[in-house]
Each structure stands twice: as structure tokens, then as C-alpha cells.
Design a protein around this ligand. Sequence first.
Ligand code: PMP
Length: 429
Amino acid sequence: MQITNSKNLFEKAQRFIPGGVNSPVRAFRAVGGDPIFIQKAEGAHIFDEDGNAYIELINSWGPMILGHNHPMIREAVIKAMENGTSFGAPTAKEVEIAELITSMVPSVEKVRMVNSGTEATMSAIRVARGFTGRDKFIKMEGHYHGHGDSFLISAGSGAITMGNPDSPGVTKGTAKDTLLAPYNDLNAIEALLAANPGEIAAIILEPVPGNMGLVTPKEGYLEGLRKICDREGIILIFDEVMTGFRLAKGGAQELFGVTPDMTTLGKIIGGGLPVGAYGGKKEIMDFVSPAGPVYQAGTLSGNPIAMAAGLTMLNYLNEHPEVYEALNSIGSQIVTGIKNSLIKLGLNYTLNHLGSMYSLFFTDKEVFDFASAKHSNTALFGKYFQAMLQKGIYLAPSQFESLFLSTSLSHDLIDQILQANESALKEIH
Ligand code: PMP
């Protein structure tokens, strides 16, 4: 496989962009080799600057639920652009998408659009603090909520991949208000509450974390958090930037039947354009300016092009529940195939899976939290990643990420993925 153009671009990029990329994991540092520069994407495939095609299993880290460059989204964007690209003033589409989101996501009675998942979580925490008058919040080890200062403490995703889960530049003053608990452990939460009585504004978590690889909640865990928050007057925030509109129309909260007080969203609600949102109970959201005193704003928030793309995507998902059947079926076919190959090859690796998200961990131990995810052999993952890339399958370039499937994966493509997977596993052992 020739990757000369990508190599040349990366060399040049490193002269002008820190590390040559605009988001760290893209540099392939954790898996070795140079990153592939992408020229275009269509359906289940992305194409690099050297003309190589790859079957996509990241899908822009989630949003391309229907595959890349879907004609419906493309047309909506082109049509919206005929009217101008930004007004910095209210539009009809913002009202329409807000109404739609509140009808789809159980916890959301009012919603504010922002431009990224990072903004959504930063804003949600500010509102939770303003509403409760308390400063501290609990976050789970290995969960990632974007790059806001107070979240870069034991952070997953690129932060752990690059070896910086606690980023320099975050002040001690900020860090002291972020309390850490292991995921899936209610006793640890109780211990933090006992040590910080009446001081905790919020518990924020990825209900189904994908940023330390995919991990699923133990039975009763999310329900337990809900009960604790009710008892203590703590705001429960589900960060559904990855899981929203993917695990179910109403996200993980619908799937598990646990309704948080606030929810953060991103990615899919922009149909692939830069969008995030946070929402929740009316009385909490009415604390946001100009309804209330907590300030949060954005020149490009509710951007008309992004709203057109997002609205088209969400309307489609709302009206086509069969999308979720298709995603779940594709997910089980791939995971069953990988399991069969593991058995055939006598390998005992851990495969975590829910709906259209999965992670193959290179450890034989169960992975249920950050500490157990870190048992994985990341060097072996790097070899697996490279072997898959050579076979035309584009995976997330880190052990500590989930994969995201799209409805554009046909039976033939699934077969190709499974064959590549089996020969990659053979090659690296
Ligand atoms: N929360 C979660 C759960 C995420 O997965 C991410 C990004 N992957 C973010 C927040 C941050 O979103 P963004 O990259 O759009 O700022």
C-alpha cells in the first residue's frame, strides 16, 4: 500500500501544526506509523490522499450513523447554504431542532445548542454549579468529556492515549473541585459523598463509556446513581455525546430506562457538522442566560448550516426506528464473527459490545472500569491496528476508544472486515 502523499503531507503538517494534527489521537502516536490523510468519504469507505480506500469503523468518531456523505444530509447542507452561512440571530430551524430533541431524549425539556461536545459539558457543569450553589463534582476515571480544564483529570480518549490524563496547564485550584470515582462502583461514590458532605453539585459520566474503550454499566449501576443523586440533591449528568441517538433514539438513557437531570449531546445532532448541545429539566435549564443568571453564549451557536444537517439527520432517525435494528444487527454480526475467530485461534481477548459500538481489548481479564481497561497490551493493539490498516480496515488508532458502526456496512463488507480481522490476529501472534 502506497502512502507517499500522506507521508509528505504529515512532514509538512508538522512544520505548521503542533504534532501535525488538529486533534492528538489522529497522529497515530499510540499505534506507530504515520497518519493517513483523508481526501474524501462515501458510504462505508474513506479514501486517502494516495487513492487507497478503507472500510470505516470509526465514522468520524460516531456521527456518521448512516455512513459518509449521505445524499440527504448533503442536499440539506447545500440548500441551507443558498440562504447564507451564519446570521448570529435566531432562526426557525433552531426552534424545530430543539422541539425535536426534547421529543426524542427523555431527560431533555429544554436545550441549548453549542459548537462541540467540549462546550456542552463545560456549560452543563457550570449550570449544575450555579443551580445547586455547590462547587465540586464527581467524574469517573477514564471518562472523557472534552478538553475543558476541570475534565482533564484522569481523562480517557486521546488524553490517556498520549499519556496525559492529567494535563499540565490545569491549575491545582481547578483540579481540586473534580473528584474521581472508578466507573461501576457505587461504594466509591458513597465514600466521596461522606467525605464532602453537601459540597457536590453534580455527577457526570458517560452512561456507557467509550473513551477507555467500550465498557458497559453493571446491572443496577445507573439506577443506583439516580437514587443517590435524588437523595443528595445532586444533578446527574449523562454525557451522551457518543451514545446519544446511537444506542437508541433517546440514547443510553432510553435504553437503560434511567433519566438523568441533564444531558450533553454532540456529533450526531450536527449530522457531522460541528455541533454540541446540553439540555435537561426546565427548572435547571431556565438558570441559563438570558432566562437565568448562568452565562453561556456562542457566535456560531445554532449555525444555520449545522442545524439543517442535524435536523435532517434527527428527523430521519426519529421516523425510521429500523435504523436501530439495522445497527444492532450489524453490531452483533461483527462481534459474533470476531468471537468465532478468537475461539478458532485459541485467543481469549475481551470483547465489549453494545449495539453498534464495540472494543476488542488485548487482555483476557474482564474490562469494567479504567483500571481493568489498562490491563490491555497496547503494543499488541498497535500491531493489530497496523495489520488491519494494511488490509483496508480503518480502526480507531488507540486501544482506549470504541468503534462506531454505520448502517452502510453490507453483508459483503462485514465479511471483508471479519476475514481481515482473523488474518490480522493470526499475523500478530
Ligand atoms: N464527551 C464525550 C463522551 C466525548 O466522547 C467527546 C469527544 N469524543 C466529548 C465529550 C468532546 O466532544 P468534542 O470533541 O466535540 O469537543
